[in-house]
Design a protein around this ligand. Structure first.
Ligand code: ADP
Length: 243
């Protein structure tokens, strides 16, 4: 299997001196093309930091991140920006939608920035909205949408345009369980088409969609078992609430 994403000995410390907050300690992680990896662990354990470093939104303090075998530290800022725009889809908890753009414009903006003609981009954007049951809200602005709808727009934006890596932080958090399952089906089908995905979740039910579950505790990856069984035992040992 080819590793699309590889973290090698990644450590991250926020701040310096007396204010230094260590977030990750020497994390190694490989995610193959087409693989869906769930990341679980208690609050504050470093899951979001892992995701932002994997997506080249933050640099590791030490260690290296490789995308398709290329070390990110060797890329120019422009090349890193192009990689993020073209190949990586993000779904973060605050959705990061642009308030001045409609739902479909939010989705198609990365495609247009990348040179796709507006008409073609819109066609792809509408298809993505249809898959998420939101076609009738294409012209709505983010503040006219419910939390769950905004989340689906963010997911459509992350999945559009054959991204090679999808990074999602609690992507189904604001959704009811049926819509949440629908989102997982979409992510799974993107993976079948070759997208690698890393999904942070507290939800053992959602983690069961993954090929592999990685457990993070105190900035360390403590479980990378390839056959994951018994999420409940991991969670209960930690006192995390089950949903
Ligand atoms: P999780 O996603 O598992 O809740 P985080 O990656 O958000 O964990 O946080 C790991 C640790 O790093 C925590 O102690 C958190 O307070 C700290 N941290 C996260 N982001 C920042 C930041 N931007 N500045 C300072 N500390 C941070």
């Amino acid at each position: 299997m080819t590793a699309l994403l590889e973290l090698r000995g990644v450590s991250k410390t926020y701040g310096a001196g007396a204010a230094a907050v260590p977030a990750l300690h020497g994390v190694d992680l490989c995610v193959a093309t087409g693989e869906l990896v769930a990341v679980m662990g208690p609050s504050g354990s470093g899951k979001s930091t892992l995701l932002t470093i994997a997506g080249s939104l933050e640099k590791p303090t030490t260690g290296e991140v490789l995308f398709d075998g290329t070390p990110l530290s060797g890329l120019s800022p422009n090349d890193r920006a192009r990689l993020r725009r073209r190949h990586i889809g993000y779904v973060f908890q605050d959705f990061n939608l642009l308030a001045g753009l409609t739902a479909v414009e939010n989705i198609t903006m990365p495609l247009e920035l990348d040179g796709l003609k507006a008409k073609q981009a819109r066609k792809e954007g509408m298809r993505a909205l249809e898959e998420l049951g939101l076609a009738d809200r294409a012209g709505s602005f983010p503040d006219e949408l419910s939390g769950g709808m905004r989340q689906r727009v963010a997911i459509a934006r992350a999945l559009i345009g054959q991204r090679r890596l999808l990074l999602a932080d609690e992507p189904t958090g604001a959704l009811d369980s049926d819509t949440g399952e629908g989102v997982m089906r979409l992510i799974r089908s993107a993976c079948r088409a070759g997208t690698a995905a890393v999904l942070v979740t507290h939800d053992a039910q959602l983690a069961s969609w993954a090929d592999r579950v990685v457990f993070v505790r105190d900035g360390l990856v403590v479980d990378t078992s390839s056959s994951f069984e018994g999420p409940e035992s991991l969670l209960s040992s930690d006192g995390e609430p089950e949903r």
